[in-house]
Design a protein around this ligand. Structure first.
Ligand SMILES: [Zn+2]
Length: 291
């Protein structure tokens, strides 16, 4: 990419990937520097780390304050709504949202798996957190998960869609993170104005390929949803932000473009989604190369 800087001299800007959804603040603190270094070595220049409770959101923000390449999402994950969302939760989230290092409302959503919390509580919480996002101009990074492995179930999808419609949440923007639905569902989210965010699942679930091919260029995002995975005994097998290029390679192969094209497109789409919150991310990614 070529741009002119303030002095009108030509500056070449590198194309770097953005991991728009991970949970790296949940790793052992001694691991974080290595995770960021491994990401940088694979050209992943910014990582959005998402909170799942109020306390966890505070940890996400603390990590973002310590590392220039890390930015925070705040929110209460639907699986964590074990009580109705309280006024105190909402005021704490609103206070966190003021920080310049908080750039997305993440992770929020609807989860109808077998042991998920009460559906009414989840819906109330989703409404309330969309409201905070609107007040602070934070794009919504949302999670939608059906019961069990029933790929054809629609209850969480229907509930999430109706809330997103009712709140006109498309005006705030955001993405369907870790997208696992079919094209017919992706189309509905795209119609509302949201992006579709692909993770490594794209490399192993053939049913996702139609959506990966048909989603418009301007709506594609990349992520890893990386979090500590002690159930994988081999530490090197844990998903990390450095895996973003694997998702990009698969998308590029399906769309018959280069991984560089996917990198440029998804990074620009991330900036578009973030609006004013994207300036800090842009500054980190596009530092001028010395002449
Ligand atoms: Zn997540």
């Amino acid at each position: 990419m070529l741009l002119f800087d303030n002095q009108s001299s030509l500056t070449i800007l590198p194309s770097m990937f953005i991991d728009t959804h991970a949970h790296i603040h949940q790793h052992d603190p001694v691991e974080v520097a290595g995770i960021i270094e491994r990401a940088e070595a694979k050209n992943v220049g910014a990582i959005f780390t998402a909170g799942t409770t109020v306390t966890d959101s505070r940890k996400a923000l603390e990590l973002a304050e310590q590392h220039t390449r890390v930015f925070a999402g705040i929110g209460i994950h639907p699986s964590e709504i074990t009580n109705p969302i309280s006024k105190d939760d909402l005021s704490q989230l609103s206070n966190l949202a003021i920080s310049p290092d908080v750039i997305v409302m993440s992770e929020i959503g609807i989860d109808h798996q077998d042991r998920s919390p009460d559906k009414d509580w989840q819906e109330e919480s989703f409404y309330a957190q969309i409201n905070i996002a609107r007040n602070h101009n934070l794009p919504l990074i949302f999670h939608i998960r059906e019961q069990g492995d029933d790929y054809d179930a629609h209850s969480a999808r229907d509930a999430a869609l109706s809330i997103l419609k009712e709140t006109s949440a498309g005006e705030i923007g955001g993405s369907a993170h870790y997208f696992q639905g079919r094209w017919s569902f992706a189309e509905k989210l795209l119609d509302l104005g949201f992006n579709i965010s692909f993770a490594k699942t794209l490399t192993r679930i053939p049913d996702l390929e139609e959506t990966a091919k048909k989603t418009p260029d301007s709506r594609l995002l990349l992520e890893t949803d990386a979090y500590p995975q002690p159930f994988k005994k081999n530490r090197s097998k844990w998903t990390e932000p450095c895996d973003v290029p694997l998702v990009s390679e698969k998308l590029a192969a399906l769309r018959l473009v280069t991984t560089e094209d996917i990198c440029r497109t998804t990074t620009e789409n991330t900036f578009t989604m973030l609006g004013d919150h994207g300036l800090a991310v842009r500054n980190i990614l596009f530092q001028k190369i010395p002449e």
